[in-house]
Ligand binder design. Structure first.
Ligand SMILES: Nc1ncnc2c1ncn2[C@@H]1O[C@H](COP(=O)(O)OP(=O)(O)OP(=O)(O)O)[C@@H](O)[C@H]1O
Ligand SMILES: [Mg+2]
Length: 355
């Protein structure tokens, strides 16, 4: 268990290469479960390798529990890392695989046995302890890898880099639950890297969203959903993501495609008459057949049935927007009207949320 402070960390792989990560400043709180979420190539693995000590950052500093570790090699940081693909010793049994990090750490025999058995119990590996790792299917091997990351009691943090890639999609949920349980029981600081928002949002208390090497927003799943600080986060979180429309402030209203839309003006400070973008989630946009005060006409483009709701694509001017309509609610056939509930309207200038 430990707190990790990252202070203005940047890394590039070559002197003339672009920054793979830049201006990373963040605290992973002691005992927290965090996720680093972002598209492929945004720098997640680079950041994790800097935390574990596999990479020395080009700039910046790292502290674990207040002690500077920037120049320390991995083994002096007591950080366990679980990779995308299983790392197991084929010739050893599951027991020996789990015991390996403990033996390396000089743990006494009795305690070693207790720790291995407890970890196996937690991960459902008890029945496989005597089996050779080579005989296990890939997803079981990955669970053994997880176990090796979790088995030590003196670990400062466990870093997991897309650890469920090789796991059958149906089992991922189960293993995520196991990990959460391990976290609740041990209070280990966990950092979980993924490009899958469902995984990040269901696993972590705090999600760090990255794009092109930089942190775009840190928040709880709910904060990311309700208050994306950046249009990138609005797009990236949600399925589908937030809708965006060009608009203009005019007095106490917005002008959207030439139509006036009421807003809670006080929520947006004094931002003049700038050209803005209106952001609203498909879940909060309302589609009706009848024109109402403040609604905006839209053409219906397509309707997709998705179990408990329909996803309706409409065109507002030239812009396609997505509306999530609950099962059973009426959907206009050709033309309808969009209502923008003021409490769910977010405004962006240059990609940043106006507050
Ligand atoms: N060993 C390396 N040498 C040179 N460039 C690298 C190296 N590893 C990563 N990069 C570059 O650094 C940037 C960040 O890569 P990184 O692997 O950290 O991203 P990622 O978010 O983990 O991506 P993915 O989701 O695909 O695993 C990318 O532009 C990548 O091409
Ligand atoms: Mg990666």
């Amino acid at each position: 268990m430990a707190r990790i402070d990252v202070e203005d960390v940047a890394h590039r792989y070559d002197a003339d290469a672009a920054w793979a990560v830049d201006a990373l400043t963040h605290t992973f709180r002691d005992g927290s479960a965090s996720a680093i979420l972002g598209p492929s190539g945004c720098g997640k693995t680079t950041w994790l390798s800097i935390l574990s000590g596999l990479l020395r950052p080009t700039r910046g500093r790292l502290h674990i529990d207040g002690r500077e570790v920037t120049a320390l090699p991995p083994r002096q940081r007591k950080i366990a890392q679980v990779f995308q693909f299983p790392v197991v010793y084929d010739a050893m049994t599951v027991f020996e695989n789990l015991a390996f990090p403990l033996r390396n750490g000089g743990v006494a025999k009795e305690e070693l046995k207790t720790r291995v058995e407890a970890t196996a119990e937690l991960l459902g590996l008890t029945a496989s302890l005597d089996r050779r790792a080579s005989g296990l299917p890939a997803d079981e091997q990955q669970i053994v890898s997880l176990g090796r990351g979790l088995v030590r009691s003196d670990t400062a943090a466990v870093l997991l880099d897309e650890p469920l890639t090789v796991i059958d999609p149906l089992r991922r949920w189960e293993i995520r639950q196991k990990l959460r349980r391990v976290h609740q029981q041990t209070n280990t600081t966990l950092v979980y890297v993924t490009h899958d928002q469902t995984e990040a949002l269901t696993f972590a208390d705090e999600v760090v969203v990255m794009d092109r090497g930089r942190v775009m927003q840190v928040g709880t799943p709910r904060e990311l959903f309700e208050y994306p600080q950046h249009t990138f986060v609005g797009h990236f979180i949600g399925s589908p993501g937030m809708n965006f429309l060009p608009c203009r402030l005019a007095g106490h209203e917005l002008v959207v495609e030439g139509h006036r839309v009421p807003i809670d003006r006080a929520a947006f400070g004094d931002s003049g008459e700038a050209e803005l973008e209106l952001g609203i989630r498909p879940e909060f946009l309302e589609l009706t057949s009848d024109r109402a005060e403040g609604s905006v006409p839209a053409r219906i483009r397509s309707v997709t049935a998705l179990g408990d709701h329909h996803l309706v694509t409409v065109a507002c001017g030239e812009r396609p927007l997505q509306v999530r309509v609950p099962e059973g609610a009426p959907i206009p056939t050709q033309r309808g009207f969009l209502r923008f509930p003021p409490e769910w309207i977010r405004l962006y200038h240059d990609g940043r949320l106006l507050e």
